[in-house]
Design a protein around this ligand. Structure first.
Ligand SMILES: [Zn+2]
Length: 170
């Protein structure tokens, strides 16, 4: 719980600076790979780095459309590919759901629990997981880029405080 709270807190700090840095990284990436620098692409970075949490392409498209951005779905998909390649966002495939994405620059590494019944996603962070992965990489002379860990299951209903015994007493 504390970890989750700290994670949210760090995201809210200096969001403007983070956005500017993300745009700079994207600009450098576009230059070095010979793609075109278009205002649409930077508007997409701006929009994604204003979002909190996960998103899919369709909801991003609708959100930008509602703000009167003229961005086609094709541009969106194409820019998302560039953003994945430049490590500014990560793509998730949670179970059978459509692909979801989230920003990767200046956001804490965290893992995901996927509820197989409701499809809800719970984020959590435990430094021990990252430590195990880093140790394993070191032992295997493997340079770590990033990791994804998906845990599938069903969220249990909150246990009732009333026990059987008290029910029979009534
Ligand atoms: Zn996440």
């Amino acid at each position: 719980m504390i970890y989750l709270f700290q994670f949210k807190l760090s995201l809210s700090m200096d969001n403007k600076k983070i956005k500017e840095s993300a745009k700079q990284i994207f600009s450098d990436y576009i230059e070095s790979t010979g793609h075109r620098k278009t205002p649409e692409r930077f508007a997409i970075v701006e929009e994604i780095y204003s979002l909190d949490g996960h998103f899919d392409v369709e909801s991003l498209y609708l959100s930008m459309k509602s703000k009167n951005y003229r961005v086609s779905r094709a541009t969106l998909y194409n820019t998302i590919d560039l953003l994945i390649d430049s490590k500014l966002i990560v793509k998730h495939q949670f179970g059978k759901n459509i692909a979801q994405y989230e920003r990767a620059f200046n956001s804490e590494t965290h893992d995901h629990m996927i509820d197989l019944e409701k499809g809800t996603i719970t984020e959590f962070f435990d430094p021990r997981i990252r430590q195990i992965i880093e140790d394993a990489c070191k032992k295997n002379n493997f340079e770590l880029s990033h990791h994804t860990l998906y845990i599938y299951g069903v969220k249990r209903k909150q246990q009732r405080t009333r026990t059987k015994k008290t029910e029979t007493e009534n």
